[in-house]
Write a protein that binds this ligand. Structure first.
Ligand code: IMP
Ligand code: MG
Length: 441
């Protein structure tokens, strides 16, 4: 029984996105029924256009049906209806939708780019569905609403894993364009550094461009913050500081809830995590060393050229996560476990205090009226401050599996887009600019 549970867990829960898999399954049916793989050797009388039009029509109908199911689920999300929606019954792990998703239109948009309906051997894939969902989300936050805040993960989203945002990165002009359109930007990264120079080293291409470009007014240059260590270090843009960033003291941005995380609770949680990580290094014989910081603890390879096997990284995350959930150490003033995020960074494993849901919500409050050098308010002490709403916020990241991924946590406070590389982020931002332009015209 136990091992069966473990196998199921390994196969399904943390390695798959159940909503995407479910949509893939629905699209597989018309693919099987209407694609014509034999057409390649039956040249006579076979009409490729007809086949792809029929597949397109069927796929679009399915996407429209799912769209309607999501609308129904959104109605059920309101407190008034306590019974689960049909979608919730079919996909139990489904989360909260902050906007409706125009899936039929998004499918048609992606089909024009990716020729999904013209394929005869390869059925609609995980990536096809992921990109359709991203497009639908972009359409929703632009044409149906007004995007006010875009938050970005760092590694794999803005630059390759472990690299930096260099001046020639194509993502930079697109981010500047958003700031010029008065969309606020938060870089919400797990990379946790206490000083501005370290963030400047990772983000210098963007920061230098913000400082020198004539496209932005002085006020628009303040449309960016860096939230580091998931939700632990906040920096604002400062043109006169040597690294173009100023650290914002915690008392100016910690929310009332974050203020309940006691220093003793944080230390105790990191102690438990450290012990669990040390156990994993030993039991899995990992070529790794421990790194303890003031708000995080992790393991990194002994030698940067060494790679810890993916399975070992995943095992470590799951062991540490379970150990922390069950531990009696690491409690806050209300005796709740201090929020934490254990994740597989691709080459390393880290446990951070807080997670990106807190990081993104601080950005929402900061730009919603609670912070910014212009008004100097204190987020934690003012219960009446406005906050940018989840449906006006888009978080872009690469880690959206339910366990061992850090961007996943942002889903509870904002809409999200799931990208797989910095090149995809560039494409996504071009799509976004296109939809924003359409709305203006
Ligand atoms: P992200 O993709 O921008 O969220 O960055 C994740 C990566 O940042 C991790 O995989 C680590 O390599 C690196 N990192 C550096 N310092 C920290 C830390 O304090 N906590 C978590 N990750 C860190
Ligand atoms: Mg990342």
């Amino acid at each position: 029984m136990t091992s069966r549970y473990r196998v199921e867990y390994a196969l399904k829960t943390h390695r798959r996105d159940q909503f995407i898999e479910w949509i893939k399954g629905l699209l597989a049916v018309p693919f099987v029924l209407y694609s014509q793989p034999t057409g390649i050797f039956e040249a006579n009388g076979f009409n490729v256009t007809q086949m792809s039009e029929e597949a397109h029509r069927r796929y679009a109908e399915i996407m429209r049906d799912i769209e309607v199911m999501i609308d129904d689920n959104i109605n059920h999300q309101s407190d008034a209806i306590r019974v689960p929606s049909k979608l919730k019954l079919l996909v139990p792990t489904i989360g909260t939708f902050f906007t409706r998703l125009p899936l039929e239109a998004a499918f048609k948009f992606q089909d024009r780019k990716r020729y999904i309906s013209s394929r005869r051997f390869v059925s609609p894939s995980f990536n096809d569905v992921r990109l359709i969902l991203n497009t639908a989300q972009l359409m929703a936050v632009t044409t149906h609403g007004t995007l006010q805040l875009a938050t970005f993960d760092g590694d794999v989203t803005l630059y390759d894993d472990g690299e930096s945002l260099e001046p020639n990165s194509p993502v930079i002009p697109r981010m500047i364009d958003l700031m010029r359109k008065n969309v606020k930007i938060g870089i919400v990264t797990a990379a946790g550094y206490t000083t501005a120079d370290r963030y400047y080293a990772r983000l210098h291409g963007l920061l230098d461009m913000i400082a020198t470009t004539t496209a932005l007014t002085p006020q628009q240059r303040q449309n960016i913050v860096i939230m580091g260590g998931e939700a632990n270090y906040l920096f604002e843009f400062n043109p006169t500081s040597p690294h173009l960033l100023s650290s914002v003291p915690r008392e100016r941005w910690l929310t009332a809830e974050m203020n309940t995380w006691s220093e003793a609770g944080i230390e105790a949680l990191l102690d438990v995590a450290e012990a669990a990580l040390r156990d994993c290094i030993k039991s899995l014989n990992l070529p790794a060393t421990l790194m303890r910081k003031d708000r995080a603890v992790g393991i990194i390879p002994i030698d940067p050229n060494l790679r810890i096997p993916r399975e070992s990284l995943e095992e470590t995350v799951l062991v540490v996560q379970k150990t922390l959930e069950l531990s009696v150490g690491g409690r806050d003033f209300d005796n709740k476990v201090v929020p934490f995020c254990a994740f597989n960074g691709g080459r390393d494993v880290f446990v951070d205090i807080g997670d990106k849901s807190w990081g993104v919500s601080v950005c929402q409050k900061w730009f919603g009226g609670g912070g910014g050098s212009s008004n100097g308010n204190n987020i934690g002490q003012d219960n009446n401050i406005c906050s940018i709403k989840p449906e006006q916020t888009l978080h872009v990241g690469d880690q959206f599996l339910s366990a061992g991924s850090n961007d996943f946590k942002a889903r509870s406070v904002s809409t999200t887009a799931w990208i797989a590389s910095p090149a995809e982020t560039v494409e996504l931002l071009d799509e976004l600019a296109g939809f924003m332009g359409k709305k203006l015209s």
